[in-house]
Design a protein around this ligand. Structure first.
Ligand code: PEP
Ligand code: MG
Length: 565
């Protein structure tokens, strides 16, 4: 085999080596109106496919000497092939007209409840297995989490693009690296790869898909954006991941951070799970500036109910005691699809039902989240933040729903906070241009520069062909950042930055100069951004911001930042 190399965008740092696995995702599908005969065929096919997958995992476990895993897969096959489960699921499709994916979950739930009712510890444990088996069939039907089923050895996954649900569901010990033909560095697949610590290169172009199909192994360098197919065997040591020194360093104290001349800048973290919140706490974050709630719900066939959401938010807050936790309400649409909440197809999903637009149109989904947040705030310093806000009316409608949620809780005698700080994300140019009005309605601003860049430059953040154009440092974007910060300050509100831009220590001084009061970074970037804040002089930062705003384009701004450093 001769080695072939491809260069793309360095999306998540680290070195990785593994078997080549080309993955073609099946599109998610949950169509309750499909005709019963078609749904029945799909269900039977999905049951057979899941059985074959379990059999492959069983054989692989046995070959690797993992007899316990092999026994689990064998037991799951028995449950899957239990005629009563299959017949009940098929009956729900053919007699009640349920979609195949709904039917398998419902049939398994009936069976699991029956087992639990018998009050025997062993049988109760089987109930959990029945549910787990049904989720695998559900995944085969909806196309969600399919990557997890394909991974049987430590691999570098090559795909056109990946759904966040696929990434979240894939076993970490087997998913060694990600090489995507499409995608940009602020696309959600890239953000998740960084947060999970999986080295990734994106924007490699479609040629990688065909070339990797005949490769046996792949080496990936997520720092340089390099992918090598079939690297020479004697080169293998080069690709061994470097040991991570993060845990060895010990906890960083959560001291308030100030610039060299004493201006306070709050250093916060963006996280997607309680585990990440613990990391962020160990790295000395003063709080959570962005909890992406939709990522908590990725890997499941249903949305968590109010109780479960309260527990999730409390778990994140407990991971960072006595610190403010900014929870972003469900932000789906665009490149984020939740298996549990299929949205209608749209020609331009990034300009369609996204973020707050979805929540306002689905109060049955939004109200439980608002109630859960009000309940979690009764014991923790929780703030609430709305994504993709375009108009003042959206904030007012949310406030009305918040009142309704609180009234419902009071009527039910549930302890809850009387109010909650309500902030808005500025990620649509209209919101920045109208920031003066929004600042009167909102308790704080958080600027989502990932989306603000794509909407300002009319440039899809996930399209690697536009990577040259997608530049958060474009003076047009910087002008909107400044406009929003000024409007916030005029109304006595703090303004933070929570897009990926704030994790880049080279840009820290510029953001402070533009008026940022808070920087919300990836946990791994906290230490470097803290150092950059303390090295910043506010007056010099303002001068830098003035020059950047007057620059012709992003290259000139980059050059200024390099010169300043
Ligand atoms: C952003 O758009 O900058 C942001 C933080 O939100 P997300 O990346 O989740 O769209
Ligand atoms: Mg966004």
């Amino acid at each position: 085999m001769t080695a072939r190399s491809f260069t793309g965008l360095a999306a998540a740092p680290g070195l990785a080596f593994g078997a080549a696995l080309v993955y073609h995702a099946t599109p998610a599908r949950l169509d309750a109106s499909a005709d019963p005969a078609t749904e029945r065929t799909r269900l039977i096919r999905a049951l057979a496919e899941t059985d074959a997958t379990f059999a492959a995992h069983e054989a692989a476990s046995r070959a690797a000497g993992q007899s316990e895993s092999a026994a689990i897969f064998a037991a799951h096959r028995l449950l899957l092939n239990d005629p009563s489960l299959r017949e009940r699921a098929i009956a729900l499709v053919t007699e009640l007209g349920q979609a195949a994916a709904e039917a398998i979950i419902a049939a398994a739930e009936e069976q699991a409840l029956e087992l639990e009712r018998l009050g025997d510890a062993y049988l109760s444990a089987r109930a959990a297995d029945v549910r787990a088996v049904a989720v695998q069939v559900w995944r085969a039907l909806t196309g969600s989490g399919g990557l997890g089923r394909r991974l049987v050895a430590p691999s570098i996954v090559v795909a056109r693009d990946l759904d966040p649900a696929d990434l979240a569901g894939a076993p970490r010990d087997l998913l060694r690296g990600i090489a995507l033909a499409a995608g940009g560095i602020t696309a959600h697949a890239s953000i998740i790869a960084r947060s999970l610590g999986i080295p990734a290169v994106v924007g490699l172009g479609d040629a990688i898909l065909t070339a990797a199909a005949s490769a046996r192994t792949i080496a990936l360098d997520g720092d340089q954006g390099l992918v090598t197919l079939d690297p020479p065997a004697d080169d293998a040591a080069r690709w061994r991941p470097r040991p991570c020194d993060r845990s060895a360093r010990g906890a960083t104290p959560r001291d308030p951070v100030t610039t060299r001349d004493g201006r306070r800048v709050r250093l916060l973290a963006n996280v997607a799970s309680p585990a990440e919140a613990r990391d962020a706490c160990a790295e000395g974050a003063e709080g959570i500036g962005l909890l992406r709630t939709e990522w908590l719900f990725l890997e499941r066939p249903d949305l968590p109910d109010e109780e479960e959401q309260v527990a999730l938010y409390q778990a994140v807050a407990a991971a960072m005691p006595d610190a403010p936790i900014t929870v972003r309400t469900l932000d789906i649409g665009g490149d984020k699809r939740l298996p549990a909440l299929p949205l209608p197809r749209e020609d331009n999903p990034f300009l369609g039902s996204r973020g707050i637009r979805v929540c306002l149109s689905r109060p049955e989904i939004f109200l439980p989240q608002l109630r859960a947040l009000l309940r979690a705030r009764a014991t923790h310093d929780i703030r609430l933040m709305l994504p993709m806000v375009t108009t003042v009316a959206e904030v007012r409608r949310t406030r009305a729903l918040l009142d309704q949620a609180r009234n419902q809780l009071v009527a039910a005698g549930r302890p809850c906070a009387p109010s909650i700080p309500l902030g808005v994300m500025i990620e649509v140019p209209a919101a920045a241009l109208n920031a003066g009005h929004l600042a009167q309605e909102a308790a704080f601003f958080s600027l989502g520069t990932n989306d603000l860049t794509q909407y300002t430059l009319a440039c899809d953040r996930g399209n690697h062909r536009l990577a040259d154009l997608y530049q958060p440092l474009d003076p047009a974007v910087l002008r909107l950042i400044r406009m929003a910060c000024e409007a916030a300050h005029q109304h006595g509100r703090p303004a933070g930055i929570c897009g990926e831009l704030s994790s880049d220590p080279q840009v820290t001084a510029l953001l402070i100069g533009l008026g940022a009061d808070e920087l919300t970074c990836a946990p791994a970037a906290l230490e470097r951004v803290r150092a950059a804040i303390t090295a910043t002089d506010t007056r010099a930062a303002r001068d830098l911001a003035e020059r950047a705003l007057a620059a012709e384009g992003p290259e000139q701004v980059r050059a200024m930042l390099r010169d300043t450093l």
